[in-house]
Ligand binder design. Structure first.
Ligand code: F3S
Length: 71
């Protein structure tokens, strides 16, 4: 069984209002800038071990600013 999909997490800066739930739920994936808005750490590629946290963060952003795309 091989899984070749790569999941990338992104923050839409137009939607993010700094609720910081993403950061609280998945600190390894998100950091907050000086205004408290989120940005992804590094390339945004989600390691398998953090995939559940990424989906939880996406589900908990009230602005729907967290996007997960498959490449
Ligand atoms: Fe922004 Fe949503 Fe996170 S509003 S700080 S992306 S929880």
């Amino acid at each position: 069984m091989s899984e070749n999909r790569v999941l990338i997490v992104k923050i839409d800066p137009e939607k993010c209002q700094g609720h910081a739930r993403c950061h609280a739920l998945a600190t390894e994936l998100f950091e907050l800038d000086e205004f408290g808005n989120a940005r992804v750490r590094g390339s945004g590629q989600i390691p398998p071990s953090l995939e559940d946290q990424a989906w939880i963060a996406r589900a908990n952003c009230p602005e729907l600013a967290v996007e997960i795309v498959e490449q």
